[in-house]
Design a protein around this ligand. Sequence first.
Ligand SMILES: [Ca+2]
Ligand SMILES: [Ca+2]
Length: 218
Amino acid sequence: MTWTDRGHRAAFAAIGIAVVALGMSLTAGAQSTAKNLIVNGNAEQGAASPNGYDVVPEVPGWKRRGGFTVVEYGASDFPGTQTSTAVHGGAKFFAGGPGNASSAVTQTISVASQKQLIDSGKAKGTLSGYLGGYGGQDDSLIATAVFLGQSGARLGTMLKLGPVGSAARKLQTGMIRQTVAGSIPKGTRTIRVTLSANRTSGSYNDGYADNLSLTIGR
Ligand SMILES: [Ca+2]
Ligand SMILES: [Ca+2]
């Protein structure tokens, strides 16, 4: 079987509708002292697909485009429990999903309560998370944080994580921690975080992510 042979996955897809596990769990991820502003950045809230091929009904905290989904660690031919342990990933991770080339989830976070610090020009934002993909494929996921003013207009330069290609993963299925920091523009009132998964190989969109965090400091 080559990395581009998706027969294995096609077999799972042919099974059709599988039961989607419902569950809630709290998981200790990589912790920092600053509060993580992203809701459900660890994909632990809501349902996850046991085999990877269900598009979950919703991704709590996020607005979805396309077939973006949540998968259980250990689903056959997906990141396993060893990956979960390595990335403090808990039970579930984000994936681009079956049968689509491009999918995403977005959430818009109010930072109005921090406007004094932000409007001083001294606020820094840090975006971090684990990003990855499948084997030798270059399917990948990009996380961005865009700064928006009171009117919703974009301000300054966005923060961007990824993509993490197959070479960075040494052709292994898994995820690698990424982090980026930058100034938060004066006037920022909301921050729009987007996870965009993009497919280059096969039918499944294997952009993966877990433990996304956005913090504000100085
Ligand atoms: Ca997780
Ligand atoms: Ca793929």
